[in-house]
Design a protein around this ligand. Structure first.
Ligand code: FBP
Length: 544
């Protein structure tokens, strides 16, 4: 594989590990745990993996183990640092015994079911150290939830002598990891399942998980691009840039980019929901900021829009909830796409039909049809940035007719998502991911199953990071999915009383009016620590 000079230099980077993982470790166990909600139901569904303690690794004598093999799966959307989780796991299992082997299942959980795999040899591993992407084995969104899939999985795991399977994924994939761990434990198959917290969206976090990996690099990459746009915007002074940012549900990415770049406007879906805002309220809010800047002669600006916004507008949320129930019925599932739309229209409530009919056709179709395998609306396909700017233009035109000064409103549109998901990991993600992977090998060596690999205290230097494991059941509650109540990991949305949002809220009026842009520039790998090794502003504010 041909490599750039940066790639060659970066390949030689040795990621840092927490001090506790540098030598042999033992697991220090805390108290028994409870799930975050619906304790009785979750306990009944996970009798073998419920209530286990949180553990922390401390120096101690590691038991000698027979050689063993490990399997790994990359699941869901790409996130910077995935290859480093694998290299950390690889180095971790080899350090326990050089004869241990690591197998990667190809293209996500589907690779386990279809017996599609490869051995990750030292030569292959070295090609991918400190690189972005998931291309070493590929990723996929197959949902692992059927007994038939688990049984097909155990066949190949046994054939390859695999003692433990590591699933790298977001909340949905780790929910599946937990279900699989429980199934294999109940059947006494002797295969451990360990999860790893991945997603650029940043919504797999809680008291034990500080952040999901990839969030740091993705936000820094988007912030570089937003900063570049802001420089352009402030140079030409003729466009309003509407920038949609990935983050299927939560607005963590938009908020972090706002903290880094100080745009004129950043919408936060969770606030829109909390304030019960309509689409028109959102449009009026943006149009007012445009008019206020125009009054000062500034016919330009930047608006950050979280990808999931549409789903958080209460009226649309209600509509989607009913659409999900209708689409989950066998009658709807047997229909073709256009028949499905008619079916939906005939079965939704009058109130929801009004909302449905008020949306532009393309948005309405998207809401009514495509779901990913986990039942999520594919918000990355909805062009919210264009929808909002068109509606703002109409509102400004209306105000102009009423005699209000609105200035000129020229627009540009951007969607940043795929640009950041495979970026070369920042030092933070390179170290964090390597530590998560290495730590997973210690969870395996200590016989754990149904745990997620966790590394905490990451705003401190890496040597002081704390490594251990959290039972996945601890993060679960019951939620409706595809029309049925299911045990799932609770998603972490932006907390409106949390420090990152509060800081943003205290500044946004000033940022809206003035041109207070910050231009973060590209991720740096070498140089002063305040340039190269800073965690996200979100994490820094949360840990103040
Ligand atoms: P994960 O939750 O699987 O990490 O994926 C996150 C994400 O990047 C979202 O931000 C986005 O909505 C989605 O994936 C897009 O996925 P796809 O490209 O498969 O449609």
């Amino acid at each position: 594989m041909e490599k750039s000079a940066l790639q060659i230099a970066r390949a030689a980077y040795q990621p840092k590990l927490p001090k506790a993982l540098l030598g042999p470790v033992v697991a220090k166990e805390g108290k028994p745990t409870q799930s975050v909600g619906n304790q009785e139901e979750i306990k009944a569904l996970f009798p073998n993996t419920y209530g286990m303690p949180v553990i922390e690794f401390v120096p101690g004598e590691q038991k000698q183990l027979e050689p063993f093999n490990v399997g790994i799966i990359l699941s869901g959307g790409q996130a910077p640092g995935g290859h480093n989780v694998i290299s950390g796991l690889f180095d971790g299992v080899k350090s326990l015994n050089p004869a241990n082997k690591l197998y990667g299942f190809i293209l996500g959980p589907g690779g386990l079911v279809d017996h599609n795999y490869m051995e990750i040899t030292p030569e292959i591993m070295d090609e991918y150290r400190n690189t972005g992407g998931f291309d070493i084995i590929g990723s996929g969104r197959t949902k692992l939830e059927e007994v038939d899939q688990f049984e097909k999985g155990i066949q190949i795991l046994r054939e390859l002598g695999i003692k433990a399977l590591v699933i790298i994924g977001g909340d949905d994939s780790n929910t599946n990891a937990c279900v699989l761990a429980e199934y294999y434990a109940a059947k006494q198959y002797g295969v451990q399942v360990i999860g790893c917290p991945k997603t650029i969206d940043g919504d797999l976090k809680n008291e034990q998980i500080e952040t999901s990996f990839g969030f740091d690099t993705a936000c820094k990459t988007y912030s570089e691009l937003i900063g570049n746009i802001q420089r352009d915007c402030n140079s030409a002074r003729k466009y309003w840039h509407f920038i949609k940012l990935m983050g299927r549900s939560a607005s963590h990415i938009a908020l972090e980019c706002a903290l880094q770049c100080q745009p004129n406007i950043c919408l936060i879906s969770e606030e829109v929901e909390e304030k019960n805002m309509s689409l028109d309220d959102v449009v009026t809010y943006i149009a007012q900021a445009v008019a206020d800047r125009a009054a000062e002669g500034n016919n330009f600006g930047t608006v950050l829009i979280p990808e999931g916004l549409i789903e958080f507008i209460p009226a649309i949320k209600k509509l989607i909830a009913q659409l999900n129930d209708i689409l989950a019925t066998p009658e709807a599932q047997n229909l073709g796409r256009s028949a499905q739309i008619d079916f939906v229209k005939n079965h939704i409530s009058k109130e929801n039909l009004e909302v449905f009919n008020s949306l532009p056709t393309s948005v309405a179709r998207q809401l009514a049809l495509d779901r990913d395998p986990h039942g999520n609306v594919q918000v990355s396909l909805i062009e919210t940035e264009k929808l909002l700017s068109a509606m703002v233009a109409v509102k400004l035109e209306q105000w102009k007719k009423e005699g209000k000064y609105v200035g000129k409103f020229g627009t540009q549109h951007h969607f940043f998502g795929y640009e950041g998901r495979c970026a070369a990991p920042s030092n933070y993600d390179a170290d964090y991911c390597y530590s998560l992977g290495f730590n997973a090998s210690r969870l395996i060596a200590n016989g754990k199953t149904g745990y997620m690999s966790v590394v905490r205290n990451t705003t401190a230097p890496a040597a002081e990071w704390i490594a251990g494991g959290v039972p996945i059941t601890m993060m679960m509650n019951m939620e409706k999915r595809n029309g049925k109540m299911k045990p799932v990991i609770r998603k972490a949305l932006v907390e409106l009383d949390g420090a990152p949002f509060k800081f943003f809220a205290s500044k946004r009026a000033e940022w809206a009016k003035q041109t207070a842009y910050v231009y973060p520039g590209p991720i740096q790998y070498w140089g002063p620590t305040e340039v190269c090794d800073q965690p996200t502003k979100t994490l820094q504010l949360e840990h103040q």
